[in-house]
Structures are given as C-alpha cells and as structure tokens.
Write a protein that binds this ligand. Structure first.
Ligand code: NAP
Length: 438
C-alpha cells in the first residue's frame, strides 16, 4: 500500500485525488488535508456567490471524497498542527494544492490606508471565509475604485452593483448582503493599466455587467482600437471586446434610470492613494502601450475622489517552512509540479493564479504521472505509515479532526438555516462550523 497526502481541498486537490484513484485504484490511500473544517476551497470561497452553476462542480469532488480510498482530514493546519516534513515521513507522496489565497500587494504610496482592500479579503468577506468575516469594508461612500482588468475585478464590480433581489438563489453570506443593501455606492470605476485589447476578462463574465438591474456600464469610445483590429483577436477575446463596444454605444437616454455607473478607465494606472487617515482619492497616471504591449506612463495624471479601493491584481501562494519558493512569481519552486521526488505542487500553487477551474484537471493528471514515475524508480523504498501515522501525531497534539461525514453535518445545518431561495447560509466562524457537527 502507498500513501498520498494532498494539502488543500479545492479543485486542484480533488482533481489530483480523482486522477490518483483512477491511476492506482485500491493500492493507494489518499488523505486530503485542509486547515478549515469545510472542503472545496476556491469553489466555496472564491467562485462568486451568484455563480451557483460553477459551484456545482463540487458534486464531482464529493463522489471522489466518498470513495473508500479517499479521506478528508479537515481542521488540520499544515505548518502548524503538522509540518510538511512530518507528512513526508508518513506519506509516499505529498502534494501541495494550497492555491494562491494571498493578494498580490498594490505597492504604491497609500496602498495600506484604511479603505484599501485586496480582492482576497473582499471576495473572502462576501463568500464567508472565516479569515475575512470581520473585514467590515468601508461601503458608505459613493465611489469605489477597482484596480485590475481580470475576471475577479468583474466579480467584485457585479457584486457591488447588484440589488438584493438579484442575489436571489445565491449563497452570499448575510453579513455581506446586509452591508451591500445599505451601501452608498453610485459609481464603480475599474482601472486597467493597458487597453481594451489587453483585458484578462472572459466574454460571459463581461456580458453579465450589461444585464444588471440598476447599473449601467460606461466605456469611453476613444479608448477602443479601430474596429478592424478586432479581427486579429482570438474569438473569445473578440467577443469580450464586442461587449465593450456595445457598452460604449449605449445612448445616454438609456442610462437615465440607472442608479449605479460602472466605468471602465483604460490606460489608467494608480500611482498613489491619499486621504486623511483613510482613502479619500486615488491618483492615476495615463498610460500608453509600448512596442511590446506593456503599459508605460505618459506623465499625465488625474485624481478620482473615492472612499474605497479594491485591488484585483492577482494572488500569491504563501510560502511554507522547508518548501523551496519562487518569490518573484509567488508560487512554490517546481519543475512541472515536482518540487523534489516525493513532494509536489499542483494548481495555482504550481503555476500561479491563472486559468479556469477546469485547468486544474489536467494538472492533477500530470502530477499523478510524475508520482508514478518517481515510485517506479523507488520500488525498494521503506513502507510508510500513511494515515495511521498522521492520526497518531494529530491525536497526540489534541487536534480536533473534521471528517467528510462531519462536514456533511455542517452542510446540513447550513442548508437548514438558509434564507428563502438560497442554497445555504454559510457558517463564517470556525468554532460555529465545529459546533455544527458535534
Ligand atoms: P488576472 O486574470 O491575472 O488579472 C489581473 C489583472 O490585474 C490584469 O488586468 C493585470 O493587468 C492587472 N494588474 C496586475 N498588476 C497590476 C498593477 N500593479 N497595477 C495595475 N494593474 C495590475 O487575475 P484575477 O482577475 O485575479 O483572476 C485570477 C484567475 O481566476 C484568472 O485566471 C481568472 O480568469 C480566474 N477567474 C475566473 C472567473 C470566472 O471564470 N468566472 C472568476 C474569477 C476569476 P496586466 O494584464 O497589465 O498585467
């Protein structure tokens, strides 16, 4: 019997477990360890609460979780309750599927003023992540500025602009729903340091902005390249840019009954955030593209008065004791997912925060192939204790492990206390999650 420990129960973790099951069958035991008592990582805490169809992929992970060879080991923090090297002592392969939960820092003067938050914190807050339950974002002002031109910027803009009724059927947590209901937002400005042809947004997500009940979208047509240049774009990108063209063409009369304006400011890079003890304005430099389509400053600046800045400029994997790390790229140092034989990384922890949830599936398959290769040349290796070894350690340390059937009790309690029409009301405190399964 061989043993695999996967750290992180998000998409990368479960796709790796699924691939390992397929490859090795009953000859391998797989433990999926998560620091929280609830599984599915990004599906629960990253995917927007009004994108329930995407969250449905967790049913596939549940099938994996319920098989005899796979175990969920929740409420166990690797690096705190148990170290990576202890796991390596007990398992034949340790796979880090820890995602990229930390914000890439908006490194400009004033970037740490109250009122500046990163998307990890803001998304975590409206999705009920225990680390951000007390964020209490400053939503009282009329203008919120979002930095970044990716899909997370779109998620954040949409969540800020929706009416309470538009959250029907979502699992946005009540603390966020209530705060958004009384927010003063009238303008949301999305800053992109490059142009419409350089956005990192996908057409479906961009198109959604055009169907919001109380919001209108503004794009300055002078920022758009010549129409003919769209022909050079790949089809998805062309479709996304077509949405921007449609937004630019909305007649003013059609905007009259809209309470919120979502403005796309292209060629706009933040250079400083200012205010007396909190965000009051953001300084922006007009940018242009250089020959390699990078953004370069023009020296011309303007200010936007605002009370909150949400930076959506990407994420990083936090380093772990004893694991080689690539600081520049914010991920574990690896070659195709192998850190060293016996220790691997997968998903965003391997390649950085890019791609869709489905991108993690081939990632999982590749890692399992690497594990098989390494096992093929270590046939005489000493048998490892696997999950029994881990259980002894955790028991001695008084760790209160949450199993998958415990999670099902938490899930049941969350379903039971859901608002009308909502699939669940998440617990946002670890102690409440633990109490719900006792
Ligand atoms: P992303 O796609 O990498 O976009 C990051 C954006 O931030 C880019 O526009 C980038 O501009 C900009 N940026 C980076 N550093 C900056 C700086 N210092 N100043 C100003 N702008 C800066 O990241 P993301 O939006 O966090 O998304 C992460 C991944 O999750 C992506 O693969 C995304 O598609 C996926 N996702 C998907 C969905 C969905 O499918 N519904 C929803 C959410 C997230 P440059 O291009 O100029 O670098």
């Amino acid at each position: 019997m061989r043993h695999i420990a996967i750290i992180g129960s998000g998409p990368a973790g479960y796709y790796t477990a699924e691939a390992a099951q397929k490859k090795f069958g009953d000859d391998v035991h797989i433990d999926i360890v998560d620091r929280l008592p609830v599984p599915f990582g990004l599906i629960r805490f990253g995917v927007a609460p009004d994108h329930q169809a995407i969250k449905a992929v967790s049913e596939r992970y549940e099938k994996v979780a319920l098989s005899d060879t796979v175990r969920f080991v929740g409420n166990v923090s690797v690096g705190c309750d148990v170290s990576v090297s202890e796991l390596q002592d007990h398992y034949d392969a340790v796979v880090l599927a820890t995602g990229a939960p930390n914000d890439r820092k908006l490194d400009i003067p004033g970037g740490d003023l109250p009122g500046v938050v990163g998307s990890a914190a803001f998304v975590g807050w409206y999705n009920g992540h225990p680390d951000f339950a007390d964020l209490n974002p400053m939503l009282g002002g009329r203008h919120v500025v979002i930095v970044g031109n990716g899909n997370v910027a779109l998620d954040v803009a949409r969540i800020l602009a929706k009416t309470p009724a538009e959250f029907g059927g979502s699992d946005i947590v009540s603390h966020a729903l209530n705060a958004l209901e009384t927010a003063g937002t009238e303008e949301v400005t999305i800053l992109g340091r490059r142009g419409p042809h350089q956005i990192a947004m996908t057409p479906k997500e961009l198109g959604e902005l055009g169907h919001l009940e109380r919001a209108t979208v503004r794009v300055d047509k002078n920022d758009l390249p010549e129409l003919g240049e769209d022909a050079l774009l790949e089809p998805g990108m062309r479709k996304a840019v077509t949405h921007l063209r449609e937004f630019a063409a909305i007649p003013e009369a059609f905007r009259a009954d809209k309470m919120i304006s979502i403005n796309f400011n292209f060629f706009a890079a933040p250079t400083a955030i200012e205010g007396d003890g909190k965000v009051e304005r953001i300084r922006i430099e007009r940018m242009q593209l250089d020959d390699e389509l990078r953004s370069e400053g023009t020296g011309e600046t303007y200010d936007i008065a605002c009370s909150m800045v949400i930076s959506c400029i990407g994420y990083q994997t936090p380093p772990m004791d004893g694991v080689p790390y690539e600081h520049g790229r914010g991920r574990f140092a690896n070659v195709n997912g192998r850190i060293v034989p016996g220790l691997y990384c997968v998903g965003w922890a391997r390649r950085g925060p890019s791609g869709t949830i489905g991108t993690n599936r081939p990632d999982g398959v590749n890692i399992v192939e690497l594990i098989a290769e390494d096992w093929a040349v270590s046939t005489g290796a000493k048998a490892k204790a696997g999950r029994e070894g881990l259980d002894v350690l955790l028991h001695a340390r008084g760790v209160d492990v949450v199993t998958f059937s415990d999670w099902k009790k938490i899930e049941q309690a969350e379903t039971y206390r859901a608002r009308d029409g909502a699939p669940r009301e998440k617990f946002v405190r670890v102690e409440d999650m633990i109490a719900a399964q006792k």
